[in-house]
Design a protein around this ligand. Structure first.
Ligand code: CU
Length: 336
């Protein structure tokens, strides 16, 4: 089904309006299971395509890398569907005939979800997909904040090693380039990430001896960039509408040497429950030159460990009540 029309936002707004109009006592969460039963989980009458985590968009058109690994595709969890989680996120939606009509449309809209930090742009030059960035074969999120894959992605999204280490000048602003899938060649909003994926953008550095071999798992990470919610626009929305570019300034005062650069986007459309927030991250391998080394980061954290399922920036409904003061997860921002 073509995704040129995006009915999602409109429908979601309609649903929100409906839900807001309901008195508190009548509000309850519409359960995924019910939607699956009532809609068959798909838009048309054809059998649903194979899904992973309930999202058709992550099914590769070529033979599944997972099949090569001899692992079955993960079964959709009973409540794991992106679109259904949005419904959960609506919190107040009563299961009405109206919603039965909306549900399959919302299901279908999950076909443009997810994202990957595919390449790094330095000095206006794209270094190439997977060149110095450990890219995964799937664009799905990590949702378990205790998973080792919170560091530099990983199972269930196997990443590819890269021998390249990208030279970056301290003080320079680079762009992490996000794409909906590895095969996405454009930079239009739909080629970056679905607009329903609202949340912060964040970047971390970790000093390492060898950026090509360090797993990134464990301590030493410090936050160098964050963009949450300014009252009207989310950080991810700027990236979606900005050709997938996620600007990150490498601090001028850090020591020269090799680092892992962890760029992250968090999608909060299903974050009303935990797990629910979707963490997207990859690691770039960089060599920082020209750093003064005059300041050593102190607020370092571990991945996994930096985030908790109870963090106010990880478990929250972004639909209702309206977000007024979003708290970006993780440590304090490091500044020179
Ligand atoms: Cu998604």
């Amino acid at each position: 089904m073509s995704s040129s029309i995006d009915p999602f936002t409109l429908l979601y707004r309609v649903a929100t309006e409906l839900s807001v109009a309901l008195p508190n006592g009548r509000r309850r969460i519409a359960r995924t299971k019910t939607f699956r039963q009532s809609t068959g989980g798909d838009f048309g009458s054809a059998p649903p395509a194979p899904t992973r985590n309930g999202c058709r968009d992550v099914v590769p058109s070529s033979p599944s890398p997972r099949a090569f690994l001899g692992q079955p595709l993960r079964e959709p969890r009973p409540e794991g569907d992106d679109a259904a989680r949005v419904l959960d996120g609506l919190v107040t939606v009563t299961m009405t005939a109206t919603m039965k009509v909306l549900a399959p449309l919302m299901m279908a809209s999950a076909a443009t979800a997810h994202t990957i930090f595919t390449s790094l742009e330095v000095g206006g030059v794209n270094q190439g997909q997977g060149q110095g960035v450990r890219i995964p074969s799937y664009n799905g999120p990590i949702e378990d904040v205790t998973s080792n894959s919170m560091a530099c992605n990983g199972p269930p999204n196997p990443t590819s090693p890269t021998s390249k280490v990208i030279t970056v000048q301290a003080g320079q602003t680079v762009n992490a380039i996000w794409r909906y899938m590895l095969s996405s060649t454009g930079s239009a909003p739909n080629d970056v990430m679905d607009s329903t994926h609202k949340g912060p953008t964040i970047a971390y550095l970790k000093k390492v001896n060898d950026a090509t071999s360090d797993s990134g798992i464990g301590g030493g990470w410090f936050k160098i960039q964050e963009d949450g919610y300014d009252g009207s626009v989310w950080g991810t929305t700027k990236v979606i509408n900005g050709q997938g570019k996620h600007p990150i300034t490498i601090p001028s005062c850090i020591a020269p040497g090799q680092y892992l650069l962890r760029a992250e986007m968090i999608a909060l459309h299903g974050a009303g429950n935990y797990p629910g927030a979707q963490f997207y991250m990859e690691c770039a391998q960089i060599n920082v030159v020209g750093g003064s080394g005059s300041k050593t980061p102190t607020d370092t954290v571990s991945f996994p460990g930096a985030y908790k399922g109870t963090d106010p920036g990880v478990k929250l409904s972004i639909y209702w009540p309206p977000v007024t003061n979003y708290v970006i997860p993780g440590p304090k921002l490091f500044t020179c």
